[in-house]
Design a protein around this ligand. Structure first.
Ligand code: UDP
Length: 332
């Protein structure tokens, strides 16, 4: 049912971070319309009364028509190819699709007089070669074509602001993980390549042992270090960023400042499951930087956002609960 709140167009809203953000927006009283081609998203990840337009973001005719009534106050752009490893095998595909989709959407926003744009960006715009916490103005040096495609999208938004006054928030996600604490939605990629859900499936005996990619990184235990942030905390950061856009464009890292190694994550999953995660040690996965941990203080300072579910145990418990309750993921 439409609400009296602000109206947002959410691309990729049926995906993992997108669907958790749709829930947060709705709980804040917003009126949300989702555009998703359902290539990786799920209709069942959306509340039944959220309008879903099944289309590609690059389908400018459909999108222009959708926003033509002028009622949308912002676009939140989640729809993207988002796998680092896959991008190392298909670099031009990633660069082309992610950049062209963002450019098309910028044109749609400007033509319709929409003044605010939120981009799902990534920590992969940074090299991850140092173990230092990554602050917003660390040099942009993407670790993969996926990261490069997001860095290019950020630059396109910079020019859209300078030339057309389209305000943007580029939100650099570190490692989104976990599931809605109320168990309504969760993470369902097919195939699943992300560490936490893949390891949970391995410990539940639903897939072969987990391949641990790389044990010779220059880190404390030789495995990669990441900043795992609960997806519902990331969702709330979008609401905070939308408020900032009343005043200025921003680029913000969304992280906790605490890293966990792959081995630490596997140990924590083993504890929650009551069994050791079966593992096969394997070679490094191309494109994986050694360490990506955010200095997330700027987001906290500017908005008062704080992560409330991002302790590793909460992340894993919520992810575990959803996958256990939904052994085949979403229906369909
Ligand atoms: N990883 C792993 N085995 C897997 C999946 C991931 O060892 O089956 C490692 C991966 O190399 C990286 C970390 O887990 O160091 C997080 O990977 P994920 O794909 O979850 O997120 P990314 O950091 O690529 O966004």
């Amino acid at each position: 049912m439409p609400t009296a709140g602000p109206r947002y167009l959410v691309t990729g809203g049926a995906g993992y971070v997108g669907s958790h953000t749709v829930l947060a927006l709705r709980e804040a009283g917003a009126d949300v319309t989702v555009v998703d081609n359902l290539s990786t998203g799920h209709r069942a990840a959306l509340p039944p009364d959220v309008p879903l337009v099944v289309a590609d973001v690059e389908d400018t005719a459909t999108l222009s028509q959708l926003v033509a009534d002028g009622g949308f106050s912002a676009i939140l752009h989640f729809a993207a190819l988002s796998l680092v490893g896959e991008s190392m095998r298909q670099p031009t595909h990633y660069l082309r699709r992610n950049l062209l989709a963002t450019l098309a959407l910028i044109d749609v926003a400007i033509a319709a007089g929409i003044r605010k744009f939120v981009l799902s960006s990534t920590a992969n715009i940074f090299s991850g070669e140092s173990s230092a916490l990554i602050e917003e103005y660390a040099p942009v040096d993407p670790g993969s074509p996926y990261g490069e495609s997001k860095a290019m999208a950020e630059r396109a938004l910079h020019w859209a602001d300078r030339i057309h006054g389209l305000r943007s928030a580029c939100l650099r996600y570190f490692n989104a993980a976990g599931a809605d604490p109320a168990g309504r939605i969760g993470e369902d990629h097919r195939p699943e390549t992300h560490l936490i859900p893949a390891a949970i499936d391995a410990v539940l005996g639903r897939r072969p042992p987990l391949c641990l990619f790389g044990t010779d990184y220059p880190t404390s235990d030789g495995t990669c270090i990441r900043d795992y942030v609960h997806v519902s905390d990331i969702a709330r950061a979008h609401l905070a960023a939308l408020d900032l856009l009343d005043h200025r464009s921003v680029a913000l890292n969304i992280g906790t400042g605490r890293g966990a190694s792959v081995r630490e994550v596997l140990a924590a999953i083993g504890e929650v499951a009551g069994h050791t995660v079966p593992v096969i040690e394997a070679a490094r996965r191309p494109g994986d930087p050694a360490s990506l941990v955010a200095d997330g203080r700027r987001l906290v300072q500017l908005t008062g956002w704080t992560p409330s579910h991002s302790q590793l145990t909460s992340v894993i418990e919520t992810a575990f609960a959803w996958r256990k309750a939904n052994p085949h993921g979403y229906p369909g």
